[in-house]
Design a protein around this ligand. Structure first.
Ligand SMILES: *[C@@H]1O[C@H](CO)[C@@H](O)[C@H](O)[C@H]1NC(C)=O
Ligand SMILES: *[C@@H]1O[C@H](CO)[C@@H](O)[C@H](O)[C@H]1NC(C)=O
Ligand SMILES: *[C@@H]1O[C@H](CO)[C@@H](O)[C@H](O)[C@H]1NC(C)=O
Ligand SMILES: *[C@@H]1O[C@H](CO)[C@@H](O)[C@H](O)[C@H]1NC(C)=O
Ligand SMILES: *[C@@H]1O[C@H](CO)[C@@H](O)[C@H](O)[C@H]1NC(C)=O
Length: 541
C-alpha cells in the first residue's frame, strides 16, 4: 500500500512487484504471471487449467460476505505448482498455501516467481498453492482507488513525502495527515462495487479454508511471510481446529530498534570486511563507530545540499529523503544489497550520486497505459482491518516524537500506515476486530524471526496491522508487548541469527531443515533454537 509516491520508497513495506510486498526483492524480480485470467470462468469448485508453463490456475468463487452469501461473490485467482506425485498416491501430502506478505501483495506473482524454490524447501510431494487475496491483483472485483495509472501517478507525484523528516519542520507530517484524509474520502466515494469492506484479513482467512477444503483437505497447511503472519494468526484464531501445519515467518513481536540493529550490522560487517570487499570502509582500521559517524555526516551534507544526478538511466536529486530511503530499503534485504549500498555511499562521499540514485530509481512513468489502476488493495486491507485508527494530527505528532526516541527510522516507521489509516472511512461491522484470543490450535504453529528484522519492527507498518489484529496496545515500540506466540500455547519460535526481513532474506540450511522436518514429520525445533546463516554480509579479506 502506498501512502506516498514512488512504489519504491513509498511502501510501507518493501518496494516489490506492483504493490507493496513484504518479501525479499529476489522473489519479486522474476514475477511473470502471463496468464489471461479473464479467459477463465469463476467456479465454486476449483477447476484447474494449465497456465504459466508448469503451473495450474483456477478462479474460485467465494461469497463476498460469508455472513450474507446472497450479497454476491468474489473470484479468487488461485495458482498451484502441482506435486510431482499422483494425488491418489500415499506419498501425496496435499496443498501448502503460501502468502508472500503485504497487505496487498499478489500471491500469484510470488508463487510463479518463487515456486522453483518450494520443492527444495519442503519436498515435491506437496501442491504449492497461492492466490491473490480478494481485492488484490487479478482477483475480482478489484480495489481501485484511482481511475488510471496516470491518475495514480499524478496523485503519487504530488502527495505523501517519503520520510516524515523530509522537511526539518513538521510540514511532512501535517501534509501526510491531510492527504490521508483525502485518500480516505476518495476511497469511500469511489467504492462503487462495495468491495472495500469485504477485503479484510478475516475474509481472506475464510477463503484459505475454502481453497484447502476444495482440494480435499479438512485442515490448512500454510507458509506465511511478513503480513502473511498476521493472516496466518488470524486464521488460527478463527479456525483453531483447522490448523495442520503453519509456519509464520517474520514474527511480529520483535522490537522497533531492530531496524537500528540491522543498520548497525552494516557498520560492523563493513568495518570487519575492510575496503577490499566493503568500499565504504576507507582503510583497514575503520571502526564501526567511524563508519556510522561518516554516514551521519554524509546525511547532513546531503540535507544541506542535494547532489544532482543525470545519467542515461535517469535524472533527479540525491536528497535527504532518497538517501534515507535507500538505507532503509537496504536493511530489509542486507545480504542482497549491502555491497551495493557500500559502493554507492563511497561514491556519494566523493560527490558522485549516480549509484545511490540508481538504487532507488524507477522507470520514468510513461503515458499510454489506460488500464484501470488496481493498486489500492493494500491500504483497504491494512486500514479496514481490526480496530479503527483515527489519530488526530496532534496524536500522530506525539506518537512520532516518542517513536523517534526509540528508532532513527521512526521517520518511515511511524508515518505510513498509521498516518494513512487516520483518514480511512470504510469498515465492516462484523469484521474480526482482535485482540487474538488464547487458543490451542490443532497443531502447534512454528514462528520464525530474524534477530534484526527491520520491517516487522516498524512502529507504523506491519506492527500497526499486527497491533490491531493481535490486540497489542499501540505505542512506541518498546512498550508494545506483542505476545503473539503466547496466544498459541504449544507453538515454538525459531530464531534465525541475521538482519533482514523474513528468514528468506538469507540462506540458512538450519532453518530450511527445521521447516522441512516440521512440515513433513510435524517435528518442532527445540524452544530457543537459534539458526546460523550460511552467508556473510561482506566477504572477509
Ligand atoms: C530470475 O531469472 C533470471 C533469468 O532467468 C535468473 O538468472 C535468476 O536466477 C532468477 N532469479 C530468481 C530469484 O529466481
Ligand atoms: C463441486 O463439487 C461437489 C462435490 O465434490 C459437487 O457436489 C458440486 O456439485 C460441485 N459444484 C459445482 C458448482 O460444480
Ligand atoms: C519429484 O521430485 C523430486 C525432487 O524434488 C525427485 O527426487 C523425485 O524423483 C520426483 N518424483 C517423481 C515421481 O517425479
Ligand atoms: C527525524 O526527526 C526526528 C523528530 O524530529 C528526530 O528526532 C530525528 O533525529 C530525525 N532523524 C534524522 C535521521 O534526521
Ligand atoms: C522425517 O522422519 C523420517 C523418519 O524419522 C526421517 O528419516 C526424515 O529425515 C524426516 N524428514 C525430515 C525432513 O526431517
Amino acid at each position: 500500500m502506498n501512502t506516498n509516491s514512488s512504489p519504491k520508497t513509498s511502501m510501507l513495506f518493501l518496494p516489490l512487484l506492483l504493490t507493496s510486498f513484504l518479501v525479499s526483492p529476489a522473489i519479486a524480480q522474476n514475477a511473470t504471471d502471463t496468464f489471461d485470467w479473464s479467459s477463465l470462468k469463476p467456479s465454486a469448485n476449483l477447476s484447474w487449467v494449465p497456465c504459466n508453463s508448469i503451473f495450474q490456475c483456477a478462479r474460485l468463487e467465494v461469497p463476498l460476505d460469508y455472513a450474507s452469501p446472497s450479497l454476491g461473490t468474489a473470484a479468487i485467482a488461485v495458482v498451484r505448482l502441482p506435486a510431482n506425485v499422483s494425488t491418489s498416491s500415499s506419498a501425496y501430502r496435499g496443498p501448502i498455501l503460501f502468502n508472500p506478505g503485504g497487505p496487498g501483495g499478489t500471491g500469484v506473482e510470488a508463487l510463479v516467481a518463487f515456486a522453483p524454490r518450494f520443492p527444495a524447501l519442503f519436498g515435491s510431494q506437496y501442491d504449492f498453492v497461492s492466490f491473490d487475496p480478494r481485492g488484490v491483483g487479478v482477483s475480482t472485483p478489484p480495489v481501485s482507488l484511482f481511475g488510471s495509472p496516470v491518475e495514480r501517478a499524478l496523485w503519487d507525484a504530488g502527495s505523501f513525502p517519503t520520510s516524515l523528516n523530509a522537511s526539518s519542520d513538521s510540514t511532512a507530517l501535517v501534509r501526510s495527515w491531510g492527504l490521508a484524509q483525502v485518500q480516505g474520502e476518495v476511497a469511500a466515494e469511489r467504492d462503487k462495487t462495495g468491495i472495500l469492506k469485504y477485503v479484510t484479513t478475516d475474509n481472506v482467512a475464510r477463503d484459505m479454508l475454502v481453497i484447502t477444503q476444495q482440494m480435499g483437505f479438512p485442515k490448512l497447511k500454510y507458509y506465511g511471510l511478513s503480513y502473511g503472519s498476521v493472516l496466518g494468526a488470524t486464521f488460527a484464531a478463527l479456525f483453531p481446529d483447522k490448523v495442520d501445519r503453519m509456519i509464520l515467518d517474520a514474527d511480529l513481536s520483535v522490537q522497533a530498534s531492530s531496524a537500528d540493529a540491522a543498520l548497525q550490522t552494516f557498520f560492523t560487517s563493513c568495518a570487519a570486511a575492510g575496503p577490499s570487499t566493503c568500499p565504504f570502509a576507507n582503510n583497514k582500521k575503520n571502526t564501526p563507530e567511524q563508519l556510522a559517524a561518516r554516514l551521519t555526516a554524509l546525511t547532513n551534507a546531503v540535507r544541506k545540499q542535494p547532489v544532482p544526478v543525470a545519467t542515461p538511466a535517469g535524472y533527479g536529486l540525491v536528497d535527504y529523503s532518497l538517501l534515507r530511503s535507500a538505507i532503509y530499503d537496504s536493511i530489509s534485504s542486507p545480504f542482497d544489497t549491502f555491497p551495493t549500498l557500500a559502493k554507492a555511499l563511497a561514491d556519494l562521499e566523493k560527490g558522485d550520486g549516480a549509484a545511490l540514485f540508481a538504487i532507488e530509481a524507477e522507470p520514468l512513468f510513461q503515458c499510454g497505459n489506460n488500464d484501470p489502476d488496481f493498486s489500492g488493495a493494500g491500504v483497504a486491507i491494512g486500514c479496514g482491518d481490526a480496530a479503527e485508527v483515527h489519530d488526530s494530527l496532534e496524536e500522530l505528532g506525539t506518537f512520532y516524537r516518542k517513536a523517534a526516541k526509540v528508532s532513527q527510522f521512526a521517520e518511515f516507521l511511524v508515518g505510513m500506515r498509521r498516518v494513512t489509516c487516520s483518514g480511512w472511512k470504510v469498515y465492516r461491522q462484523d469484521r474480526f476486530k482482535g485482540p487474538l484470543p488464547v487458543v490451542k490450535t490443532s497443531f502447534p504453529i512454528l514462528f520464525v524471526s530474524n534477530t534484526a528484522d527491520p520491517i516487522t519492527s516498524k512502529a507504523g507498518c506491519v506492527n500497526i496491522v499486527a497491533d490491531k489484529v493481535l490486540g497489542n496496545s499501540p505505542g512506541p515500540p518498546p512498550h508494545r508487548a506483542l505476545k503473539t506466540i503466547s496466544k498459541f500455547p504449544g507453538s515454538v519460535l525459531l530464531t534465525q541469527d541475521c538482519p533482514g526481513h523474513t528468514s528468506i532474506s538469507a540462506t540458512s540450511r538450519c532453518t530450511l531443515g527445521a521447516f522441512a522436518a516440521y512440515m513433513l514429520n510435524g517435528t518442532l525445533p527445540h524452544p530457543g533454537t537459534v539458526c546460523p546463516v550460511d552467508q556473510e554480509l561482506f566477504g572477509t579479506e
